[in-house]
Design a binder for this molecule. Structure first.
Ligand code: ZN
Length: 183
């Protein structure tokens, strides 16, 4: 490996001089590598990145991700990322998404498929938003019986037991393209 090789946690640059770019995080003092790769220091944009030998596995700010809801808490959901900008990723990086400001009863359930936009990386945690119209639940099931649901105005209705519930639906909800993403 060359002298530009990085291992996870390696210091790449000082945050006073550089911003954390691809495959890096900032620990409050230094930009550090989040993955094995090659250092990529851009002196013009002042961004320090790491080029990963394979596909990029850590989403960057502004990326659209699709993932599986891993946990639902009172003010946030945790999502295991399956796709970054439409490209599959096997690294199973998790992001969290604040839900405090959304007035919906069940924003998403565990195992729902959601699409989110990455907002920031903070202390090694990836933060995302679900608030825009195209963001939200792509695939869900009835909370009572696990049956298929159909959208009904701002709500969803179970086709099996007629239970009416709420989700933060994506404007792409119900488009069958997304169903086969679930393997
Ligand atoms: Zn049902």
């Amino acid at each position: 490996m060359s002298e530009n090789a990085t291992f996870p946690g390696d210091k790449i640059a000082s945050i006073e001089e550089y911003e954390a770019g691809y495959n890096t995080f900032d620990d409050g003092d230094m930009v550090r590598a989040a993955t094995i790769g090659q250092k990529d220091i851009d002196k013009t944009t002042r961004i320090a990145s790491v080029k990963h030998p394979k596909t990029l596995s850590i989403p960057k700010d502004g990326d659209i991700v699709i993932g599986t809801v891993a946990a639902v808490m009172s003010s946030m959901i945790a999502v295991s990322i399956d796709f970054i900008n439409g490209k599959p990723t096997t690294s199973k990086v998790e992001c969290i998404c604040g839900t405090r400001n959304i007035r919906i009863r069940n924003i998403a359930l565990v195992n729902d498929i959601v699409t989110l936009k990455i907002l920031s990386h903070l202390n090694g945690t990836i933060h995302a938003t679900i608030s825009e119209p195209h963001l939200g639940v792509l695939f869900t099931k009835c909370r009572k019986c696990g049956g298929k649901v159909v959208p009904m105005r701002d709500a969803i209705k179970c086709t099996e037991c007629a239970w009416i519930d709420e989700r933060k639906l994506s404007s792409n909800f119900g488009k069958s393209d997304f169903v086969h993403l679930r393997e």
